[in-house]
Design a protein around this ligand. Structure first.
Ligand SMILES: Nc1ncnc2c1ncn2[C@@H]1O[C@H](COP(=O)(O)OP(=O)(O)OP(=O)(O)O)[C@@H](O)[C@H]1O
Length: 230
């Protein structure tokens, strides 16, 4: 279980508070207006940002003071997930060894995960020679290889067209299933939440609310969320 216990942070005039828990293996959407604190919440969990108060706990262990690299977490952003000067295989291989000194078995594993996301034979391509969808697949292959228990996604597929985006969400769901990951995904698109996440965290007025069932929430949104969804 991922627990945010009485967690709060202040950034200038902005305050965010969260007191909630998420069962291991859940898929949760995070929705809220622009500037409501969605990325801030992910940063607190990933360890990019330290809270003023409260704890982040995973499977009963306090990880509040752990450095980002020591946390059981992978993060995918909207872009800049790949290093442009490295090949697809190297970008994926970073998930195993940051110095890229991979042995034969590890290189084989990299090729396997690339094939699993539909990029067989593209090991040596650099990001500039891959389409947007293929670049997303490389980033997902690295997530698959790392197999960290918590996966945080900050609008990872926002730049892709609708058909490609739903393809990527399906691939993500498959990868999350294979790795048993607990997934938190920020999205501006309620259709993504419905498609991917049985539960949704609403962030409003400086508060991240406990996860609620996505369907009923979006069918009958509270006033603040209704105004945001339009
Ligand atoms: N380092 C900082 N110093 C001061 N304020 C900050 C800092 N970082 C973020 N903020 C403020 O915190 C608030 C929440 O930002 P955050 O990026 O979490 O919002 P968001 O919900 O992810 O927005 P968007 O949907 O536009 O990406 C914003 O008002 C932002 O200006």
């Amino acid at each position: 279980m991922l627990e945010l216990k009485n967690l709060s942070v202040t950034l200038g005039n902005f305050h965010l508070h969260a007191d909630l828990s998420i069962d291991a293996g859940s898929r949760v959407a995070i929705i809220g207006a622009s500037g409501s604190g969605k990325s801030t919440l992910l940063s607190l969990i990933a360890g990019f940002l330290a809270p003023d108060r409260g704890q982040v706990r995973w499977q009963g262990q306090d990880i509040t003071a752990a450095l980002p690299g020591q946390r059981p977490v992978s993060v995918l952003f909207q872009d800049q997930n790949l290093f442009p000067h490295l090949t697809a295989a190297q970008n994926v291989g970073l998930g195993l060894r940051p110095d890229l000194r991979l042995n034969h078995g590890q290189r084989t594993r990299v090729s396997q995960v690339l094939a699993e996301v539909g990029l067989e034979g593209m090991e040596d391509r650099k990001p500039a020679s891959l389409s947007g969808g293929q670049q997303s697949r490389v980033a997902l292959a690295r997530v698959l290889l790392r197999a960290r228990p918590i996966l945080l996604l900050d609008e990872p597929f926002a730049a892709l067209g609708p058909a490609l985006k739903s393809e990527m969400l399906d691939l993500l769901a498959r990868i999350a299933g294979e790795t048993d990951a607990t997934v938190l995904m920020v999205s501006h698109d309620p259709a993504d939440a419905r498609r991917f996440a049985p539960l949704t965290i609403v962030i409003e007025d400086g508060r991240a609310h406990p996860p609620q069932p996505t369907g009923p929430l979006l069918d009958n949104p509270p006033p603040g969320l209704r105004a945001y969804l339009g």
